[in-house]
Design a protein around this ligand. Structure first.
Ligand SMILES: Nc1nc2c(c(=O)[nH]1)N[C@H]1C(S)=C(S)[C@@H](COP(=O)(O)OP(=O)(O)OC[C@H]3O[C@@H](n4cnc5c(N)ncnc54)[C@H](O)[C@@H]3O)O[C@H]1N2
Ligand code: MOO
Ligand SMILES: [Mg+2]
Length: 418
């Protein structure tokens, strides 16, 4: 008797997976190695930035009060008494109508409170004149204007990107606390599979899911461990899943999750004693996506169909792995875009259509990327987004505004909103 599975909503499936995520242990790593992780500690300003009043321009430091009354008809001259570049501190104290030649980034000298840009002066020997008054602190980059000592700048759980690295460097956080990257095992099942290096024989196809999933992980900065591809034999697959589970924080399998005679994953979960969270989702492709847990580890049973496999990874594996690494914004970014062409199919299940998303400067547009079936491989290669059409809807026409999930961006959002 074939098992009749009860589909659950995509949102519920996502929530269930996220509820079962266990964060990986916190480690301290060299800050330069931290790109792609998420902060396991907040970044708090250790000192003011800038930590001293400084010049934002190449010019002259003056006392603003000396510039009162300057105009085209009444140029005020200044005597230059010192010359400093960034990294140097002048030891001179300005007296009336004296100035210090100062370069961008150098600390404002004692007594000075305004900077005149080089272009605003007429120079003559060791002096220059100006034709306008300067207000107190005009053209001065103030101590603490960027960050105040003790200020919380970046919250724990934020993704670390090159800008974050700049901030870590600014405060000398040369070691940073992050959640370790999870180890992920990948197993592809299917007697029909041969390696991409091999010639095809009757009934055989090349394994594309394995390399694809491995690279979906690479895109997240994770190096997965591929256990290769295997024929649909229960004992063999069971042993392999056990081994991969013992050696990794989570395991991704592809294929063998449906109700076919050689779909052994359901039996494998049973034999392992794993708890199946769900095995049918009201979505297409990827309706057969199954997620199970065992000893706090997640087992992702992705569909064998390439589009379904790809979609299952992006919707469930990606956010789970991001959350394992402590990322507070693990979900794909959600936008709205106008359809460029009609999509005239009823949608009993929510549909995730591999799509091309583009922005013309004013409006966002999306169009299906090509052959749109769960077993399609070509449209995955062409798309950069999913068009999401809710279950229970019918036709969508050119110009309709639809939901879009953007793929391949490193920073996500904090909530699943579809
Ligand atoms: N009676 C039913 N049949 C099917 C149902 C159903 O509900 N009732 N669901 C269909 C849906 S939806 C999908 S999706 C597929 C899922 O199948 P499996 O996850 O069990 O995957 P397989 O049977 O192993 O393979 C399906 C398909 O994908 C190809 N494949 C498998 N692995 C790879 C790989 N590594 N690289 C490239 N392509 C791969 C495989 O050759 C098959 O063509 O089940 C439907 N059936
Ligand atoms: O899981 Mo199947 O891809 O829904 O089409
Ligand atoms: Mg099958």
């Amino acid at each position: 008797m074939v098992e009749i599975r009860k589909p659950i909503k995509v949102k519920d499936a996502v929530n269930q997976v996220m509820e079962h995520v266990k964060r990986t242990p916190i480690i301290e790593i060299d800050y330069l190695q931290s790109y792609g992780y998420s902060l396991a500690e907040p970044i708090v300003a250790k000192h003011d930035v800038p930590s001293f009043h400084r010049s934002p321009y190449d010019g002259f430091a003056i006392r603003s009060q000396d510039s009162i009354g300057a105009s085209g008809d009444n140029r005020i001259p200044f005597q230059v008494i010192d010359h400093i570049g960034a990294g140097h501190v002048s030891t001179k104290q300005l007296q009336p109508y004296e100035a210090i030649r100062i370069m961008t980034g150098a600390p404002i000298p004692e007594g000075a409170d305004a900077i005149v840009m080089l272009e605003q002066t007429v120079e003559q020997g060791n002096s220059f004149s100006i034709r306008k008054p300067f207000a107190p602190y005009e053209n001065v980059s103030l101590k603490g204007e960027d960050a105040k000592e003790g200020e919380l700048l970046i919250q724990e759980g934020s993704f670390i990107h090159p800008g974050t690295i700049a901030l870590l460097a600014t405060f000398g956080y040369t070691k940073v606390k992050v959640h370790q990257k999870p180890s992920v095992g990948i197993i592809c099942t299917g007697t029909e599979l041969v390696s991409p290096h091999e010639e095809l024989a009757p009934g055989k196809i090349r394994n594309s899911n394995g390399p694809m999933v491995e690279t979906q992980l690479t895109r997240m900065g994770i190096t997965g461990t591929s256990y290769g591809f295997f024929t649909d034999e229960l004992d063999n697959c069971l042993a392999l899943v056990k081994k991969a589970l013992a050696e990794n924080d989570c395991v991704i399998t592809t294929g063998g999750v449906s109700v076919g005679d050689f779909d052994y994953l359901p039996e494998i979960y049973q034999r392992l004693g794993a708890k199946v969270l769900f095995n049918k989702i009201a979505m297409r492709p990827g309706s057969v996506t199954t997620v199970a847990t065992l000893d706090g580890k997640l087992l992702f049973g992705l569909s064998g169909n390439p589009s379904a496999c790809y979609t299952g990874f992006e919707l469930f594996v990606r956010p789970a792995i991001q959350r394992m690494m402590g990322n507070k914004r693990p979900f794909l970014p959600h936008f709205k875009a106008r359809l460029i062409e009609d999509i005239l199919k009823p949608n009993p299940f929510t549909r995730f259509i591999r799509s091309v998303f583009h922005f013309d400067g004013m409006n966002a547009y999306a169009t299906p990327a090509g052959f749109n079936k769960s077993n399609a491989v070509t449209s995955i290669a062409k798309g950069n987004a999913f068009i999401v059409l809710p279950g229970g809807t019918r036709n969508f026409q050119q110009g309709d505004v639809v939901d879009i999930l953007l793929l391949g961006v490193e920073e996500g959002v904090d909530e699943w909103t579809i």
